[in-house]
Design a protein around this ligand. Structure first.
Ligand code: AMP
Length: 308
């Protein structure tokens, strides 16, 4: 069982109301891989420069993460994202995006990476996403993430890629931007009409909404008193969600629901500290504990006959 991710490996500079971090490790593929590695083998496809040292690569070590698809460009600099959040931590403001080695990135998959069970096309150019999909034998599940930038600048390329995937992870503002519909359920149905069977809508502190042809499933975010830095929450969610799905034999509704909870649990750890600090400290028992707490959070039982 394995999951393949293509996405960014980055340095992030972040400002939140609670502090600042300069050039800390980030990137969609980084967060995704660490989260997914709690459940399954991960194959990472991405690019770094010389400045991403062996020491930085320690985040991946001791975990089942295969870096054979992580290309290093000699003399190049690693992708660098700068962002800030106000008190509304659901809204990230991009201050600068230095693509560096990411600008000429053309993912080429090693031979050993061409038969993943699950494929995650993290937020990159939709044409590159399609190029990766063309290099693998059809996986059991293909999922895609995207962002407002691609919806605004490359909508038709993005829609072409969306037609070929099984599942899309997208935040609520992006559903509205992509579909022109203010209502999330109707927006999700419009995306389903394009091709994907499942739409997973990320709503920050309000949780996640999953919509398929037959099912609507909604969970709140884990109720933390202190959210420190939301960077990477979406990709960490995707890692827990798809890592679990790669590890189970079928993708029926019971496993899909559990996957949503596990994604939410992993994301709740990510947001407690900058970068991957907190994610690197936890183990399976921490995940299982919050999973049980989620059950209590959302359990309310049946009404007694005649009650009320
Ligand atoms: P999120 O899960 O949406 O918070 O993703 C945050 C991560 O996405 C950060 O660690 C950034 O390095 C990375 N990122 C931000 N902008 C881009 C972009 N345009 N392309 C690829 N990765 C990005």
């Amino acid at each position: 069982m394995s999951v393949l991710v293509v996405g960014s490996v980055a340095f992030d500079s972040i400002e939140t109301p609670f502090g600042r971090a300069e050039r800390v490790i980030g990137g969609s593929a980084t967060y995704f891989s660490v989260a997914a590695s709690f459940f399954t083998d991960v194959q990472l496809v991405g690019v770094i420069g010389d400045d991403f040292t062996e020491e930085h690569l320690d985040v991946f070590r001791g975990r089942p993460i295969d870096l054979a698809g992580l290309e290093r460009v000699p003399g190049g600099k690693t992708f660098h994202w700068s962002g800030a959040y106000g008190f509304d931590l659901n809204v990230a403001e991009t201050r600068a995006t230095h693509l560096n080695v990411f600008a000429d990135f053309e993912p080429r998959l090693p031979e050993t990476f061409r038969q993943p069970d699950v494929l995650f096309l993290a937020n990159i150019d939709p044409e590159l996403q399609l190029g990766v999909l063309r290099q693998v034998r059809r996986p059991r599940l293909v999922a895609l993430d995207t962002m407002n930038y691609w919806i605004a600048s490359r909508k038709s390329d993005l829609e072409r890629t969306i037609r070929e995937v099984d599942l899309i992870l997208i935040n609520e503002a992006e559903v509205r931007q992509l579909t022109g519909d203010a209502n999330l359920i109707r927006g999700a149905r419009r995306i389903i009409a394009l091709g994907p069977r499942t739409v997973v809508i990320k709503r920050g502190e309000y949780g996640v909404l999953m919509v398929t042809g037959e099912l609507i499933f909604a969970v709140p975010a884990y109720p933390l008193e202190e959210v420190f830095d939301p960077t990477g929450a979406g990709d960490t969610f995707a890692g827990g969600f798809l890592g679990y799905l790669a590890s189970v034999p079928d993708h029926g509704h019971p496993h899909m629901r559990r996957a949503i909870i596990l994604g939410s649990v992993l994301a709740s750890y990510d947001v407690e500290a900058f970068s991957l600090e907190r994610l690197l400290q936890i183990d399976r028992s921490d995940i299982d504990r919050r999973y049980r707490e989620f059950r209590e959070l959302t359990e309310f039982g049946d009404l007694e006959p005649g009650a009320g």
